[in-house]
Design a protein around this ligand. Structure first.
Ligand code: TRP
Ligand code: SF4
Length: 327
């Protein structure tokens, strides 16, 4: 049998996880677990690079996010779950990589330029933040991961990772594979207001939201802007509520589509029904969340086991780095 390819992916624990994370990343992670050797990492050092004023929050979010991962079906019997800052080998490789990464590559990185422009609430004009992608390269290559499931926004970081790995290999000898990005096929889930679902826009439904909160949030969703009166026929394609039906209740989408077009259903009813669908959809996750939250020691021991496995793999790579560099 062929050896399974190795995957590494990560999320920054900067806040609660929401439906966008589930559809965009977590569901994908869950599916990959059988076909790949998977490592899933809470990137708390990366969170620190923008949230350094409140590191305790990062640690709280880390546990909370890992509880969400487990509740969504990430299985510690199949995959390795760990916290980045527990594996110091990342930093050692980060330093090697820092030496072979020209400043210009980092300064030109589109995500860097965008964040400097957009993220006005944080002081990120720092040495560390410029090096964000270099640490990400170390995260990936310290495990010699071959496949990296990420969202499209992360592609520039993947390109930098490949470039940095190549530079290292050319200079010292081949240690690192050329990792491939793996994009999710799922269409993007938009937020309540029709923009990208994001913590900073406050337009999300959290995996941990109560049925009441879900109902309130769904009520506030933007609909077809041309459907003003109850008797106006609607255009479902222009309505985000309908997009949610297609994603979470495809079996009911046809009916909603037809009813909306002939003004057979009103938006208030349509949303009330969607709130019920989402509440049911999240019920098993909510139940598991409650269980893990009541037993944080279980989660901690899963992370301790993951840390052990991750450090073992990282140490192997460190040894190879020592062989080719002599340092
Ligand atoms: N930069 C990623 C994000 O913001 C998180 C991340 C850190 C990551 N290290 C990684 C993702 C390594 C994939 C692989 O989502
Ligand atoms: Fe959207 Fe439903 Fe209203 Fe149609 S009836 S516009 S699908 S909320």
């Amino acid at each position: 049998m062929n050896r399974k390819k190795r995957i590494l992916s990560g999320m920054r624990p900067t806040g609660k996880l929401h439906l966008g994370h589930l559809v965009g990343a977590l569901n994908n992670w869950v599916r990959l677990q059988d076909d790949y050797e998977c490592l899933f990492m809470a990137a708390d050092w990366h969170a620190l690079m923008s949230e350094y004023k409140d590191p305790r929050r990062i640690t709280e979010n880390t546990l909370d996010n890992v509880i969400d991962w487990l509740s969504c079906g990430i299985d510690p019997a199949k995959s390795t779950l760990f916290v980045q800052s527990r594996v110091p080998e990342h930093l050692d490789l980060f330093l090697f990589f820092s030496c072979v990464t020209p400043l210009g590559l980092l300064e030109r990185c589109p995500t860097y330029k965008e964040q400097l422009r957009e993220l006005k609430t944080r002081e990120i004009n720092t040495y560390a933040f410029l090096g964000y992608p270099v640490l990400q390269a170390a995260d990936i290559l310290i495990y010699r991961a071959e496949v990296v499931p990420v969202g499209e926004d992360q592609l520039p970081h993947l390109e930098l990772t490949r470039e940095i790995g190549k530079r290292f290999n050319n200079l010292y000898g081949r240690v690192f594979p050329d990792p491939q990005a793996k994009l999710t096929e799922e269409p993007r889930l938009l937020g309540l207001d029709g923009r990208k679902m994001s913590k900073s826009y406050g337009n999300y439904i959290a995996l941990s939201d109560s049925p009441e909160t879900i109902a309130e949030k769904v009520k506030s969703m933007f609909t077809d802007p041309q459907r003003i009166k109850r008797n106006d026929p609607g255009t479902p394609e222009k309505c985000n509520v309908y997009a949610y039906y297609r994603m979470f209740a495809p079996g009911q989408a046809k009916e909603i589509e037809a009813e909306c077009r002939k003004a057979g259903i009103g938006c208030t009813d349509c949303k009330r029904r969607l709130a019920g669908i989402l509440t049911d959809f999240l019920a098993p996750i909510r139940e598991k969340r409650a269980e893990y939250s009541a037993h944080p020691e279980t989660v901690r021991s899963i992370l301790a086991e993951g840390e052990k496995q991750a450090r073992h793999l990282a140490a192997e790579t460190r040894e190879k780095v020592r062989e080719v560099t002599g340092l």
